[in-house]
Design a protein around this ligand. Structure first.
Ligand SMILES: Cc1ncc(COP(=O)(O)O)c(C=O)c1O
Length: 398
């Protein structure tokens, strides 16, 4: 039998590598508890593809690390990846740099809106959206997602109402949607986009999870829907979730509209952050050119982890609802029907089970009673976490 090229079951000790996910002091400060098995922040415990490690090593061996400019091959790698995997024909001039998607969202808010303007989000959603809006002195308008038949959907009437408010300037779309795991269909995206376009609301499409798609779902880049959609949107992507290189700070902002693009570039040039670091550029180019096979294997492993989690909870209790995972490695689980008060549920998981999950309430009030898991760990770690959680819950639900 041939040895598999990748071993996602391998346990790698990250506790001494300054990984935020495994840092007990950080967890203590942030969550109040420590000594926890971490399945929280969207960061994977898998060894990176060898092609990436070798490319970084080769660059280290060169021995000189001065100011750098990304080569044409960096842009080609991005263009080819999005063409190949997402059927999106991106032009080189549309591609701009950001040290992260969250910084990019902050820049876009600062450069294209004024204090006091409204920005729409759809809770429950990735919590830095709301904090970025508030920290910049803008107002959050929450077009809350609705649950229909155990499936999250968009309230289009409410979206329209919020877009029509005179000071509404932007809508931050999370596509795929963290934490509810939805991969929006073309029909849904088209409907959302039409409403925004009619009301001159610019769409910031955060597509950082676009490569992590399961089963028959298909990610549709928002800007591919029509030229009007492209011209009235800014898309944020990154190789960081797909290949677990968030520590290399190398995100990508795609702006087909020349006026918006020039303004964004002028501003980041002003801040002197217009290009990735040497290692960020090497990593981006390498993963997009050489690590596709690793990603395809990773997706299979993550899906098996999801099925494992789903059947574990199904065997344990019929009142725990695991939502379908169409995209991302962050399943969304509703514990609300267990009859435990949401704060107490979070305490039981963190303090008694000693597992660190992201409490659903962090993603907005509509997330109370939910918990967000992170499946990007060896299956034995996931099993350990699930056993700890169910053992602790048993004491409270009889
Ligand atoms: C939807 C979404 N956007 C952005 C980020 C973070 O992006 P970055 O680390 O590039 O700022 C995350 C991380 O989990 C995310 O889930």
């Amino acid at each position: 039998m041939t040895k598999p090229k990748w071993n996602f079951d391998e346990i790698i000790d990250r506790t001494k590598s300054n990984a935020i996910k495994w840092n007990q002091e950080f967890m203590k400060e942030y969550f109040k508890y420590d000594d926890m098995l971490p399945l929280w922040v969207a960061d994977m415990d898998f060894r990176a593809p060898n092609e990436l490690i070798n490319a970084l090593r080769k660059r280290v061996d060169h021995g000189i690390f001065g100011y750098t400019v990304p080569p044409k091959s960096y842009y080609d790698a991005i263009i080819n990846w999005f063409k190949r995997r997402h059927n999106w024909a991106i032009e080189k001039d549309w591609i701009k740099f950001a040290p992260g998607v969250v910084p990019a969202i902050n820049f876009i808010i600062q450069y294209f809106t004024q204090p006091g303007d409204n920005i729409i989000i759809q809770e429950p959603v990735y919590y830095p959206f709301a904090s970025s809006i508030k920290n910049n002195g803008r107002n959050v308008l929450n077009n809350q997602l609705v649950i229909n038949d155990n499936h999250y959907e968009v309230d289009f009437d409410d979206l329209e109402k919020k877009c029509k408010e005179p000071r509404t300037k932007q809508f931050i779309l999370c596509s795929p949607h963290n934490p509810v795991g939805r991969v929006w269909t073309k029909k849904e995206l088209t409907e959302m986009g039409k409403i925004c376009n009619e009301n001159n609301v610019i769409v910031i499409s955060d597509e950082i999870h676009c490569d992590l798609i399961f089963q028959n779902n298909q990610h549709i880049p928002y800007a591919t829907i029509s030229d009007e959609f492209a011209q009235k949107s800014i898309t944020c992507v990154a190789p960081s979730k797909t290949f677990n290189i968030a520590g290399l700070k190398s995100s990508i902002v795609i702006i087909p509209n020349k006026i918006l693009c020039d303004e964004y570039f002028a501003q980041i040039t002003n801040l002197s952050i217009r290009a990735p670091t040497i290692f960020g550029a090497v990593a981006t180019e390498t993963v997009y050119n050489k690590c596709e096979e690793w990603l395809d294997e990773l997706l299979k492993y993550l899906w098996q982890n999801f099925e494992f989690l789903k059947s574990f909870f199904a065997d344990f209790h019929q009142n725990i609802m695991v939502f379908d995972l169409e995209g991302s490695y962050l399943p969304w689980v509703d514990f609300g029907k267990l009859g435990i008060e949401p704060k107490e549920l979070d305490r039981i998981i963190k303090e008694e089970a000693k597992v660190c999950l992201d409490d659903g309430a962090m993603f907005g009030k509509s997330g109370e009673g939910f918990q967000r898991f992170n499946l990007a760990c060896p299956r034995s770690v996931l099993q350990d976490a699930l056993e700890r959680i169910t053992k602790a819950l048993k004491k409270h639900i009889g």
